[in-house]
Ligand binder design. Structure first.
Ligand SMILES: Cc1cc2nc3c(=O)[nH]c(=O)nc-3n(C[C@H](O)[C@H](O)[C@H](O)COP(=O)(O)O)c2cc1C
Length: 346
């Protein structure tokens, strides 16, 4: 899309425009799981804020660090596979957009651009690297070494996929677009259904990079992951794409944050669409959030600039809502900021 048009298009409309720009199978692939029975959006919609007043909020500071890497706001980009389906510049554009916003992008192993090529396209980007539990540990060690050599700052093993679950109904008709391939050769490796915390110990042992398992929902599992050396955990249900009746991540978050305490950093993804959602997640114990579909739509509509605009809009909304709630320091959000509805009894 032309830059002038992009500058006039409110990021709130990116989803609608992306659905017009993308072919139906690709738009449907992004949307899959983003509707009931998944409760990701419903859970956010039910929450309310209890604002505080008469507090100086002349400056709201959003800058923080994620495992030591500086970010302009606590908002990063979740791993999205096959980004070449969304924009010709795919993962390169996402990395450039994240860097321009002072953010972090998690590059998926199922990328259409190799980690080395992404690094060339975005030399300054802070990148983490997402892995699947390939049973072939030799192949996994090789890809980990490539990620480390390309300057990735963390490994993000997906821990909630012990078995292959179709993420998109067959009726959507999504397939890897003609002429594209998975740059790290994921095909054919399969998944290890015997996973336990020793996988995290193994990863921590073969690399100097911090290990940040993605897909932890239960506090006891968060504790087990941290005991096995995890430096962070991502509370994630894969965007409702594999267990639609899962509890929403924003509802699973408080218990995980409490169980982990300050032994590791706790992040959340799932259903983040506005800066208000980010504030809810921070208030419930997340150090940062990651966005999946919002970044997909930004990428589809405007490549790197679309991704940058999505991140910047979320940051602006976060600042606006924090200020309106009397919060200048996101590290000290009042404990009673979030009001949850009473549980339904009928
Ligand atoms: C189109 C699409 C592709 C995805 N591909 C991956 C992937 O390759 N690896 C992964 O760990 N998660 C993947 N996810 C899940 C996201 O990382 C993230 O958990 C989820 O999208 C967060 O929810 P949100 O989209 O509501 O922000 C994908 C999600 C979407 C929508």
């Amino acid at each position: 899309m032309a830059d002038e048009l992009l500058a006039r298009l409110d990021p709130a409309h990116y989803a609608t425009v992306a659905r017009l720009l993308l072919s139906a199978p690709i738009a449907g692939w992004v949307d899959a799981g983003d509707a009931p029975p998944s409760d990701a959006r419903g859970a956010f919609e039910r929450l309310r804020l209890l604002p505080r007043v008469l507090r100086s909020v002349a400056e709201v500071h959003t800058a923080t660090t994620l495992l030591g890497s500086a970010v302009r706001a606590p908002i990063g980009i979740a791993p999205i596979g096959i980004q070449g389906a969304l924009h010709p510049d795919g993962e390169r554009a996402t990395a450039r957009g994240a860097a321009a916003a002072g953010s972090i992008a998690i590059l998926p192993v199922n990328a259409t651009t190799s980690i080395e090529d992404v690094r060339v396209a975005a030399p300054d980007a802070t990148l983490w690297f997402q892995l699947y539990a390939w049973p072939d540990r030799g192949a996994l060690a090789e890809v980990v070494a490539r990620a480390e050599a390309a300057g990735c700052r963390a490994l993000v093993p997906l821990v909630n996929t012990p078995v292959v679950v179709p993420h998109v109904p067959a009726s959507v008709g999504f397939r890897l677009p003609a002429g594209m391939e998975l740059a790290h050769g994921a095909g054919g490796h399969g998944l290890d259904a015997t996973l336990d915390p020793t996988w995290l110990e193994w990863l921590a042992g073969i690399s100097r990079l911090p290990v940040v398992p993605k897909g932890v929902m239960h506090p006891e599992d968060a504790r087990r992951a941290v005991d096995a050396g995890a430096r962070g955990v991502i509370v994630s249900d894969h965007g409702g794409r594999q267990l639609p009746r899962s509890v929403a991540t924003i509802d699973a978050l408080p218990a995980v944050a409490e169980a982990v305490g300050d032994r590791a950093e706790v992040y959340l993804d799932g259903g983040i669409r506005t800066g208000t959602d980010v504030l809810f997640a921070l208030a419930r114990g997340a150090r940062a959030v990651f966005v999946g579909r919002a970044a997909c739509w930004g990428l589809a509509v405007g490549g790197a600039e679309g991704v940058r605009r999505v991140l910047e809009r979320l940051r602006e909304e976060l600042v606006r809502d924090a200020a309106t709630c009397g919060i200048a320091d996101l590290a000290s959000i009042p404990e009673d900021l979030v009001v949850a509805p009473a549980p339904r009894t009928t």
